[in-house]
Write a protein that binds this ligand. Structure first.
Ligand code: PEP
Length: 258
C-alpha cells in the first residue's frame, strides 16, 4: 500500500514518553540505542522524554541513531514565566525535535490552533523540528467530521511558511492510550485529507511527513506502516520500553527491506 511519492519522504518513528520516566529509565534509552545501531539509514528515530530527563537522555543516546526532543515549548524568549520552558532551552539541553499541540496539551491546557502555530514557529526559529499534532475526537469522527476537523487544524496549526522539514502527527484523540485504532482505511483517508490541506498554499508541502499516532504497538505497527500516506509513527506507551519500541521500529518496511 506504500505510495510512490511517500517513498521520497524519510520515515520517522518518534516516541513520546509523556510524564513518565525517572533517571533509572535512561537504561531504556541505552538499550534502544544498542538495539537500533543497525536500523536502516532511511529511518529516522526520535524520543521525547520528560524535560527533567532531556539532557541526560541526550547523553545516554550519544553516538546513537536516536535524536531527542521536547514535548512542548513556550512560544517566546526567556522571561518571568514560572514553570515554562522555551525552545531555546530545549536546544540548549540537546533537543532536535519538539512535539507541539499534542491533544493532551490542547485539551488539558486549552491550547488553540493559533497557540500551536506560534509554538511551531518558535521551535523552528530556535532550530528544532516541530512535530505538530492534530486529530479528531470520537464525537467528531462519529459525526463524520474527521476530515474537516483535521483540515481545519492543519490550516490553523501549521504555519503557512512551514518548510517541508516540519512533521505532522495525525493522532485521533480517542485512539491515544486506549488500545483503539481507526481502521486502516480510515487512517489512509484521513492522511489523504491532511495532505490535501497541507498542499493548500504551502510550497514544498509534499515533503512534509505525516505520522500516525494512537495505540501503535508491536502487534499493529507493520500494518499501519504499510498504509498509503503513513510516513512513520508517534508512539506513546509502547515507546517506554526499549524492547517494544525496537519491535515497532523493526516492523517498518524499511527494516524489512534490508
Ligand atoms: C501519544 O501520546 O502521542 C500516543 C500516541 O500515545 P499511545 O501510543 O500510548 O496511544
Amino acid at each position: 500500500m506504500t505510495g510512490k511519492d511517500q517513498m521520497s519522504r524519510r520515515p520517522l518513528i518518534a516516541g513520546n514518553w509523556k510524564m513518565f520516566g525517572r533517571r533509572a529509565d535512561l537504561s531504556e534509552i541505552r538499550a534502544l540505542s544498542a538495539a537500533t545501531t543497525d536500523a536502516p539509514s532511511d529511518l529516522e528515530l526520535a524520543i521525547c522524554p520528560p524535560v527533567t530527563l532531556l539532557a541526560a537522555a541526550v547523553e545516554a543516546a550519544a553516538g546513537s541513531r536516536i535524536g531527542m526532543g521536547g514535548q512542548d515549548c513556550r512560544a517566546g524568549g526567556d522571561g518571568a514565566f514560572t514553570g515554562d520552558v522555551n525552545a531555546a532551552m530545549l536546544v540548549d539541553a540537546g533537543a532536535v525535535w519538539c512535539i507541539v499541540g499534542h491533544s493532551e496539551r490542547r485539551q488539558g491546557h486549552g491550547e488553540t490552533d493559533a497557540d500551536v502555530a506560534a509554538k511551531a514557529k518558535a521551535a523552528m526559529a530556535a532550530g528544532l523540528t516541530p512535530i505538530i499534532c492534530i486529530g479528531e475526537t470520537l464525537e467528531e469522527r462519529q459525526a463524520g467530521q474527521a476530515a474537516a476537523v483535521v483540515q481545519r487544524q492543519i490550516a490553523g496549526s501549521v504555519p503557512a511558511d512551514a518548510p517541508s522539514t516540519v512533521v505532522v502527527a495525525y493522532e485521533p484523540v480517542w485512539a491515544i492510550g486506549t488500545g483503539l485504532t481507526p481502521t486502516l482505511g480510515e487512517i489512509a483517508d484521513t492522511h489523504a485529507a491532511i495532505r490535501v490541506a497541507l498542499a493548500d498554499g504551502r510550497q514544498g508541502a509534499e515533503g512534509i511527513r505525516i505520522l500516525y499516532g494512537g495505540s501503535v504497538k508491536p502487534g499493529n505497527a507493520a500494518e499501519i506502516f504499510r498504509v498509503n500516506g503513513v510516513d512513520g509513527a508517534l508512539v506513546g506507551g509502547a515507546s517506554l520500553k526499549a524492547a517494544d519500541f525496537a519491535a515497532i521500529i523493526a516492523a517498518h518496511p524499511a527494516a524489512a527491506r534490508r
